[in-house]
Design a protein around this ligand. Structure first.
Ligand SMILES: C[S@@+](CC[C@H](N)C(=O)[O-])C[C@H]1O[C@@H](n2cnc3c(N)ncnc32)[C@H](O)[C@@H]1O
Length: 332
């Protein structure tokens, strides 16, 4: 293990939280399960496979933006950054940024999928031997303490939030998460965020309904997880994947559709599904630059820069918190 890899700080939610969320979501008139629960180890692996699909434009487009403009981004962020990555996954995009930052103070990947986090943190620590890597397992929508680097002074807290994961949150929750991040990075801090842009229905629906069926496996793996971890009895073969673009809400809605009338038990509680009934498993909101600007400004940020690809499919935005950077620490 590399010397620069710190011990993982564990703020993992209790198992009872997942059960409570699932029971609450299944009891709603529009049944839903928070998309956070996709990411067990298998879910994280399937997500990585999705990012390589020809139909899934977001990852390769965002990587292209980071490759083209990473040096400008690093220059805008400045020296001594504590880079806090929310939902770091396999942290492949991170390398494009870390490699260009001037003398970063620390890298803090924050992720719910524990094994995936550990593997990515170990890889980054080996690739950047001078960098303190301080992994945190947590639900980033809940408050958590930022680890303090031992070796370098933090000049600026920067939250890195690629992958358009912000799109998984309905508008009010996205506003709350941005506002909490604004407070966490503090005066003079910043956020570098990947935001997927509104585009034509065909491109969007293709991206979430790939021909090889990997997204379908990712979606159905949620039921496999609930059966294993919550003792549920979903008949996985009796649900099918569906992803549709809702133009009015500007979001892809990912669903599992019950193919027949059926009763499912979760922790001894029965839930009835009608034939054709929909269980919503993920939203993926898309933004216009103007709508995202108003969301970010409402949360206390100023949009300092926006980088896009030549086709205008995706954006990476630098949000800044007005004011001078605080002394050294910036944790909550
Ligand atoms: C859409 S993927 C993006 C992964 C990676 N950042 C990228 O750009 O490819 C979302 C990632 O965030 C993690 N995640 C989702 N919700 C989370 C939460 N509430 N707290 C911590 N991690 C979360 C998932 O486990 C997953 O790795």
């Amino acid at each position: 293990m590399s010397e620069n890899l710190g011990t993982m700080t564990d703020f993992s939610p209790d198992d009872s939280v997942m059960l409570k969320d699932v029971l609450r979501g299944l009891a709603l008139p529009q049944k839903n399960i928070p998309s956070l629960y996709f990411y067990d180890q298998r879910g994280s692996e399937l997500f990585d496979a999705i990012t390589e699909l020809p139909e899934y434009y977001p990852t390769r487009t965002e990587i292209g933006i980071l490759e083209r403009h990473g040096a400008e981004m690093a220059a805008a962020l400045g020296p001594g950054v504590r880079l806090i990555e929310l939902g770091s996954g396999s942290a492949l995009k991170t390398e494009l940024l870390l490699g260009r930052l001037e003398d970063p103070a620390a890298y803090v990947p924050v992720e719910i999928s524990r094994e995936h986090l550990l593997a990515a943190a170990a890889r980054i620590a080996a690739d950047f031997p001078d960098l303190e890597v301080m992994p945190v397992t947590a639900d980033f929508t809940e408050p958590f303490d930022l680890p303090e680097p031992a070796r370098r002074r933090v000049e600026r807290n920067v939250a890195f939030f690629p992958g358009s994961t912000i799109g998984n949150f309905p508008r009010g929750m996205a506003a709350d998460l941005l506002a909490a991040t604004c407070r966490e990075v503090g005066a003079g801090g910043a956020m570098l965020i990947g935001v997927d842009l509104v585009k034509d229905r065909a491109t969007l629906e293709r991206a979430y309904n790939d021909a090889a069926g990997v997204t379908a496996q990712f979606n159905l793996n949620l039921l496999v997880r609930l059966n294993r971890e919550l003792g549920a009895d979903f008949d996985v073969a009796a649900f099918r994947h569906q992803a549709v673009w809702d133009e009015d809400a500007a979001r892809i809605e990912m669903r599992l559709v019950s193919t027949r009338a059926q009763r499912v038990q979760v922790a001894g509680r029965p839930f009835e599904f009608a034939a054709g009934e929909v269980l919503v498993t993920e939203y993926s909101h898309k933004y216009t630059p103007a709508v995202f600007r108003s969301l970010a400004e409402g949360a206390g940020f100023r949009v300092a820069r926006t980088w896009t690809d030549p086709e205008g499919l995706f954006s990476v935005q630098l949000l800044e918190v007005p004011g001078a950077a605080q002394d050294s620490s910036g944790g909550t």
